[in-house]
Design a protein around this ligand. Structure first.
Ligand SMILES: Nc1ncnc2c1ncn2[C@@H]1O[C@H](COP(=O)(O)OP(=O)(O)O)[C@@H](O)[C@H]1O
Ligand SMILES: [Mg+2]
Length: 210
């Protein structure tokens, strides 16, 4: 059980998470590792896709902060149960674009929900299977949102006030102080520099533990 490794990518919009997830996946596959690449919210079975649509849609107007959190956690529980844990049992390296720390940063530091409550809910949703490594891609929100806008219209959460995104950023940075599973990368650097920093840290994880 759980013989694989779980690597998560966190950070504000436009930091370059999806770009680096893909680069790391391609690199690890080339090196012969078995990789499962996924994301939150919405990765996993169709139920998760539907919850993502509810979360990001502007169609239902404002939803309460608590509802937003429960929807995120519902999608997470289903994703972990039906995709993440089975892949880890198979010995895969699972790379997940956003995971538990996004709930703490967005719904906790951003929206103001008690962080300890979110921690407990996270632990419950993931059945206590925490990531082995979390790459925190740190970026000034103004630059991040400018980059994110290039990939299309901003969704309900991306479109929130800049002060919200600043709280989210400091949330990620506070979290990163809390444990040694975190690795902070300066995401304003060029793509290749970031790629190398991440690759070196991931290889350390794989070599120490295998
Ligand atoms: N280091 C970088 N420097 C400049 N542009 C970048 C960098 N990383 C990503 N981008 C660009 O910024 C945009 C957002 O990147 P993306 O990987 O989708 O971010 P995220 O998944 O964190 O929201 C994309 O257009 C991407 O090509
Ligand atoms: Mg992305």
């Amino acid at each position: 059980m759980n013989s694989g490794r779980l690597i998560t990518f966190e950070g504000p919009e436009g930091a370059g998470k999806s770009t680096q997830v893909k680069a790391l996946k391609d690199y690890l596959i080339k090196e012969g590792y078995k990789v499962t690449c996924t994301f939150e919210p919405g990765g996993g079975p169709q139920l998760c896709t539907k919850i993502r649509e509810l979360l990001l849609s502007t169609e239902h107007g404002d939803i309460s902060d608590e509802t937003e959190l429960f929807l995120m956690l519902a999608a997470r529980a289903e994703h972990v149960q039906s995709l993440v844990l089975p892949a880890l049992s198979d010995g895969d390296i699972v790379i997940c674009d956003r995971f538990i720390d996004s709930s703490v940063a967005y719904q906790g530091y951003g929206r103001g929900i008690d962080v300890k409550t979110i921690d407990k809910m996270n632990s419950f949703a993931i059945k206590g299977r925490y990531p082995d490594l979390t790459i925190v891609m740190d970026i000034n929100p103004e630059l991040g949102l400018k980059r994110a806008a290039r990939t299309g219209a901003l969704d309900r959460i991306e479109g929130a006030a800049l002060s919200f995104h600043e709280s989210v950023r400091s949330g990620f940075l506070s979290l990163a102080q809390e444990g040694d599973r975190y690795f902070v990368v300066d995401a304003s650097q060029d793509l290749d520099t970031i790629k190398c920093e991440i690759k070196d840290r991931v290889l350390k994880l794989l070599n120490y533990e295998n």
